[in-house]
Design a binder for this molecule. Structure first.
Ligand SMILES: Cc1ncc(COP(=O)(O)O)c(C=O)c1O
Ligand SMILES: Nc1c(O)cccc1C(=O)C[C@H](N)C(=O)O
Length: 398
């Protein structure tokens, strides 16, 4: 029989052998806390605070308005190029701007224009709500209808009426990964554009947009990319569509010559056409600094560690939490999050947080534990499961 002492030794051995263990020192994390919410708000890399302070002092304070022509104006595209390798995109296809919600709206409407004569939009039925809401509004504005279909059912449901299908790469409740390449191919067989929401996969697992022939994608940067609360999101437009990508929020920042202040809008030839208005420079440059932690990082190692953390989570629940209901797949078709069904999820998570284990819960009954391979340790995984076990014992006794 495996004892907790055995698991402590296993966790210590796994942490000692972890080739990414050194990355944790790059983050500002309270050592007393086990943080499992990097899938909602990533932890700050240590150097970000000083970098932001320097931007405020030197660029905003020192250079004032001159900073716009000394790098600020181009920053959305420049920072987009830093995200591109993390999503398998060749240069010229990613811009950082606005929120994921806003970029979803741009991409959905643009997709209906790229694929005219088709009257429906398919949306992942289990999607994070904002995607569904925005698909409904994009459809209302463009005279389409929306059909909600589970991701795995898309190949059977897509038809020559479907302009675009919007799918989450990793499901935010269960942590299941949807097969980006296979689903994209199935959509393309019907002439449908593939729009992927990468919020829960970017920075968690390797994403290969170009290789899969994805048309459009969006993602946020405040989760596994650690860009900070409200950090701007990104938008990917495949090169083959770029010159026909006409987004509805055609503000001056996306114009081909914004400072000419011309009367009529003409989209920029490059990814800057994905922009709308003035970029939020402080958040954008905080993200820019946060992205340093990815320099030279092997994404294969990232994935291996994320899966290993998940495997160890399962091992601990199998040993210590008899009968735990876990909707997260056990195979490689999971992202870096483990979910546990708990009928009293809000109360259980509050009790965990009180004990220094920070995850979150989603309605109606799911506890979520995000595993961020850059800073989550195997020791913390064991702590989360043992703390859950202790809570369960208290409940049984009371
Ligand atoms: C899959 C997914 N899409 C979109 C969003 C929301 O995007 P935002 O609030 O940044 O616009 C989230 C999380 O908030 C999400 O998990
Ligand atoms: N974006 C968030 C926020 O502004 C506040 C609280 C949570 C969030 C989130 O990111 C939620 C997240 N998308 C989720 O997976 O549930």
């Amino acid at each position: 029989m495996t004892t907790v002492t055995d698991l402590v030794a296993e966790a210590a051995a796994l942490d000692a052998a972890d080739p990414l263990a050194h990355k944790r020192n790059e983050f500002d994390l309270d050592p007393g806390i086990a943080y499992f919410d990097g899938n909602s708000l990533g932890a700050p890399p240590k150097h970000v605070a000083d970098r932001v302070a320097a931007v405020v002092r030197e660029e905003w304070g020192g250079r004032l308005i001159r900073s716009w022509s000394e790098g600020w104006w181009e920053a959305p595209v420049r920072v987009g190029e830093r995200i591109a390798p993390l999503v398998g995109a060749a240069p010229g296809q990613v811009v950082v701007a606005d929120s994921t919600s806003v970029n979803l709206f741009k991409a959905l409407v643009a997709a209906t224009r790229l694929n005219p004569g088709r009257d429906e939009i398919l949306v992942d039925a289990d999607t994070f709500p904002t995607d569904g809401y925005l698909a409904d509004e994009a459809a209302r504005l463009t005279g389409r209808t929306v059909r909600r279909v589970v991701a795995e059912g898309m190949p059977d449901e897509v038809s020559d009426r479907t302009a675009v299908a919007l799918i989450n790469h990793v499901d935010y409740v269960t942590g299941r990964v949807h097969d980006l390449a296979a689903l994209t191919e199935a959509l393309h067989r019907k002439g449908t554009l593939a729009l992927w929401d990468l919020c829960h996969s970017v920075g968690a697992l390797p994403v290969e947009l170009d290789a899969a022939g994805v048309d459009l994608a969006v993602g946020c940067t405040y989760k596994f990319l650690n860009g900070g609360p409200g950090a701007p999101a990104f938008l990917y437009v495949a090169t083959k569509w770029l010159d026909r990508f006409e987004q509805p929020l055609a503000g001056w920042a996306g114009d081909r010559d914004p400072f000419a202040m011309r009367g009529a809008y003409e989209p920029h030839a490059g990814m800057a056409r994905g922009r709308a208005g003035t970029p939020d420079i402080l958040s954008l440059l905080a993200l820019d600094a946060a992205l340093d932690v990815w320099d030279g990082l092997d994404l294969g190692l990232l994935r291996e560690k994320g899966l290993a953390l998940g495997d160890f989570f399962f091992r601990c629940t199998d040993e210590l939490l008899d009968g735990a209901r876990i909707p997260t797949p056990r195979g490689d078709d999971r992202g870096h999050q483990i979910s546990i069904v708990d009928d009293d999820a809000a109360k259980t998570m509050a009790a965990l947080i009180e004990r220094g284990v920070i995850g979150d819960h989603r309605p109606p009954n799911v506890l979520r534990f995000g595993l961020a391979p850059l800073y989550t340790t195997f020791g913390e995984v064991l702590r989360a499961v043992t703390t859950l076990g202790e809570l369960r014992l208290r409940e049984l006794r009371s």
